[in-house]
Design a protein around this ligand. Structure first.
Ligand code: BTN
Length: 244
């Protein structure tokens, strides 16, 4: 069952089970408007960053947001970071101590509650699809994962219904970033500085084929991670943070 509903700037499509909302949006790219939001009650082939799977049982929030045309390419990391900051704001509002793990995960108590996958493409007409998955009821079992364990919202309080959270999240995100040519990080410097995971603490970043130990210092104006490494301050634009 598909429902189309326009709400403010967002155009919602609510689906039952799909393979992946990212792939559904890609298949329907030409028919969907800018700022289409496609959510599914569950996914059979949910995808995460770095080619990982994203387990998507019913009860969680699984949604993809389409920007068509895409924002300027240099904004893409900032847009997904701003979406993570918006989700963190929804959690903090309820007294749940959320952290933003660069580049765009949302953590609570050392576990990963939500992740964001950004995919872009197009010739002539460009597009950016931001996919967000939030564990609401029951953390999925992810065996052998080298990164942080998953956690779910229900470990910290009664979770909102997926659709309610989606609307709250997009209202937050839309207020932060009203226009495609605006800087997505303009209004989130406070939350990024206060709630940046491992700020001023030692971590290791795996970037390219190398690992760099260092201390997390903050987020650069273009959405990179500022780290104090053995060879001085460096800004990383890709990579994965690990506990050292
Ligand atoms: C990550 O690895 O942290 C990113 C996870 C992104 C998962 C979401 S769920 C909705 C959308 N559809 C997908 O297949 N993936 C994203």
């Amino acid at each position: 069952m598909t429902e189309h509903r326009s709400e403010a700037a967002w155009h919602f499509t609510m689906l039952d089970q799909v393979d992946s909302t990212q792939d559904w949006v890609k298949r329907n790219l030409s028919a969907l408007p800018d700022r289409a939001v496609v959510a599914a009650s569950s996914q059979t082939s949910g995808r995460g960053r770095l080619g990982r799977a994203w387990q998507s049982p019913s009860g969680g929030l699984y949604a993809s947001i389409l920007f068509k045309p895409a924002p300027p390419p240099e904004y893409a990391p900032r847009v997904s970071l701003a979406l993570a900051a918006s989700l963190a704001a929804c959690l903090l509002r309820r007294g749940i101590p959320a952290w933003i793990k660069w580049p765009n995960d949302v953590l609570v108590e050392g576990g990963k509650l939500a992740g964001i996958l950004a995919e872009a493409g197009g010739y002539g007409e460009t597009w950016l699809i931001l996919g967000i998955g939030v564990n609401l009821a029951g953390a999925p079992d992810v065996p052998g994962r080298s990164v942080l364990p998953p956690v779910a919202w229900d470990a910290f309080g009664t979770p909102p219904a997926p659709r309610d959270l989606l609307e709250e999240l997009l209202s937050e995100f839309g207020a932060l970033w009203p226009g495609v040519m605006e800087d997505p990080l303009l209004r989130v410097s406070g939350i990024l500085s206060d709630r940046l995971w491992m700020k001023d603490r030692r971590v290791c970043i795996a970037s390219g084929n190398e690992e760099f130990p260092g201390v997390v210092r903050g987020i650069s104006g273009d959405g990179g991670l500022v780290m104090e490494t053995e060879t001085g301050e460096r800004v990383f634009h890709s990579g994965e943070l690990r506990l050292s």
